[in-house]
Design a protein around this ligand. Structure first.
Ligand code: URA
Length: 204
């Protein structure tokens, strides 16, 4: 008796999109990465958080924001009363870009070409999920989500109307907070990030 073939996810679903993105070769980053790290969250999420690109741990796990930056994000959103399981969490770029240094893999910032190629997936995620609120974390997400070259510090902490249905909220990236060496500055920046998350919670 023949075994029925695994049914393919119907075209236009999140599962089909994810499967398609698994084989993405639109830019050279796929060659060195372990796998595509696609967005994650409910199909009907009203809020979408966008980061930069998967880090070392995300590349291995195949899931966004599960490493140190993800743990900080989880902690701060939970304190603010935001439930991660209700968010769609994704990245501007879906492959980990790095330079090997000994046994370590050192994160490298994606360039605008890579961001533009990967916007193909981000736009499709946006079209399917149709979030009411999009949160850009960091300059790369801001550049991917807007065509204008706005500086992060000029729009940070603000809710900007994209159109009648959608709002964009801009904040810093949690990895930036983890990298601040000065303890006082770090505490100040963390407090601002917490404030941003509380403001997001008020918008939801
Ligand atoms: N940083 C990001 O921008 N995204 C992740 O998924 C992890 C770290």
């Amino acid at each position: 008796r023949s075994i029925p073939a695994e049914p393919e996810a119907p075209a236009g679903t999140l599962e089909a999109l994810r499967a398609e993105a698994d084989g993405c070769t639109r830019c050279p980053l796929y060659a060195k990465a372990t796998q595509t790290v696609f967005g994650e969250g409910p199909r009907d999420a009203e809020v979408m958080f966008v980061g930069e690109q998967p880090g070392d741990q995300e590349d291995i796990a195949g899931r966004p924001f599960v490493g140190p930056a993800g743990r900080l994000l989880d902690q701060v959103i939970t304190e603010a009363g935001i439930d991660r399981s209700r968010l769609y969490v994704t990245n501007a770029v879906k492959h980990f870009k790095y330079e090997p240094r000994g046994k370590r893999r050192i994160h490298q910032k994606p360039n605008m070409d890579e961001v533009k190629h990967c916007r193909w997936w981000l736009n499709l995620e946006m079209a399917l999920i149709k979030p009411k609120l999009v949160v850009a974390m960091g300059a790369t997400a801001l550049a991917a989500l807007t065509d204008t070259k706005q500086r992060l510090q000029d729009v940070r902490g603000k809710a900007i109307a994209i159109d009648e249905r959608r709002t964009l909220f801009v904040t810093v990236h949690p990895s930036y907070l983890l990298r601040i060496p000065d303890e006082r500055l770090k505490a100040e920046e963390l407090a601002r990030f917490r404030e941003d998350m509380l403001n997001i919670q008020r918008l939801i």
